[in-house]
Design a protein around this ligand. Structure first.
Ligand code: GTP
Length: 362
């Protein structure tokens, strides 16, 4: 069976981290985000993955190569953005082999059972089946209305609280028959807005509620939440090779330390924190519910909460990085600086004075 993974988006809502790498290569519990999905696909009987790439395609090709986790990996390269539907049409020849195929948004992290989804699709006999996930509040998403036979009746985009036809939302994971390609025009197309409503109108679209871990990594908070959920699933504190954690330091579960991480005296790390390879943390630091990319240095007595620190950034001493802030690769945050909530610091920027106005981009 084949799967197409949409991996070509710009990831604008995760800038500045996505300025220097595609979102699919962001670390999650110390593994590359898309590796989680590839492993799940490999264990579900998929043999070939077509990666639909556009933005920073070379970085993806270099990292994944021609095969990984026993999956063959083929690249479908786009020379302009094609949205979520255009890439399916463009990769048609690579996908069609007499069987239905899977399509996944590459920025969705999930451990759903693809085998069960495919079985449900075959049983219902539609042209397409959407994996549906139940959420407490569908008003941020689009709610899906099904009939008693799981046929999709309609989509309601961002329904106001209390008006949604169900709490089921599109999980960004589909099974498609080759006939669906006839519903996708050439060029930039949104599957969700242009293709699925048409299929639903003709009664050829089904939904299947799936259970398990599911997060759409679109915005920083969702990325931190995905990190939390994956760490929780791993249940404990993973420690890589060559880590040196001072005996007076504490690592609170669930957390993950990569290889060669150094943690100084009396520092408290975690819970829900991923520290990538070769990060150096001084003494008396506090890092909680955060993701630290590789090669970062964090000076003594600094604190980081609900934040993401890009590769090789330098957080000096007595620095405070608050909720929702993103520090770009190679940025330097000087001694004593406070970065308040929701601030983004561009790659390689040096910040010498506190930023106390939330939401600024520097
Ligand atoms: P934002 O810019 O922050 O909205 O992120 P994004 O570019 O990832 O867009 P969005 O979250 O809507 O994308 C959903 C999925 O489709 C992600 O896995 C993207 O990588 C992918 N995607 C979006 N646009 C394209 C495209 O033009 N080509 C390909 N191949 N994938 C795309």
């Amino acid at each position: 069976m084949k799967a197409l993974v949409l991996a070509g988006g710009f990831g604008t809502r995760l800038r500045p981290l996505s300025c220097t790498r595609p979102k699919m290569l962001f670390p999650l519990a110390n593994e590359v985000m898309l590796d989680w999905t590839l492993k799940n696909l490999a264990s579900s009987g998929v043999d070939t993955v077509v990666l639909a790439v556009n933005y920073m395609a070379e970085a993806l090709v270099r990292y994944f190569g021609p095969t990984k986790f026993d999956l063959g990996i083929i690249y479908s390269r786009e020379d302009r953005p094609l949205g979520t539907g255009g890439p399916i049409k463009k990769a048609a020849e690579l996908l069609v082999d007499g069987e239905p195929f899977l399509v996944l948004n590459g920025d969705v992290i999930s451990d759903i059972d693809y085998g069960q989804l495919i079985e449900h699709h075959k049983r219902k006999g539609g042209l397409a089946t959407i994996a549906l996930i139940r959420v407490p509040d569908p008003s941020r998403y689009g709610a899906v209305e099904l009939d008693g036979d799981d046929k999709v009746l309609r989509f309601v985009e961002k329904p106001e609280l209390g008006t949604a036809p169900s709490n089921l939302i599109n999980a960004g994971i589909y099974v498609l028959e080759k006939e669906v390609l006839d519903y996708i025009p050439d060029g930039k197309v949104s599957t969700e807005k242009e293709v699925f409503p048409l299929l639903a109108k003709e009664g050829k679209l089904y939904g299947h509620e799936v259970r398990g871990l599911w997060v759409d990594i679109g915005v920083p908070d969702a990325y931190l939440e995905a990190n939390h959920l994956v760490l929780e699933k791993l249940n404990g504190s993973a420690v890589g090779e060559g880590c040196v954690v001072d005996e007076t330091a504490t690592v609170l579960e669930p957390s993950s330390l990569g290889n060669g991480v150094l943690i100084g005296a009396h520092s408290v790390i975690g819970p829900d924190t991923s520290i990538s390879d070769h990060v150096q943390i001084g003494q008396g630091c506090r890092i909680e519910r955060s993701i630290i990319f590789p090669g970062v240095t964090i000076g003594d007595y600094s604190s980081i909460r609900n934040a993401i620190i890009g590769e090789n950034a330098s957080i000096e001493r007595w620095v405070k990085v608050e909720s929702g802030s993103l520090i770009g690769d190679y940025a330097t945050i000087s001694d004593g600086v406070t970065i308040t909530q929701g601030v983004s610091i561009c790659p390689s920027k040096t910040v010498t004075e506190s930023i106390l106005e939330p939401g600024q981009v520097m």
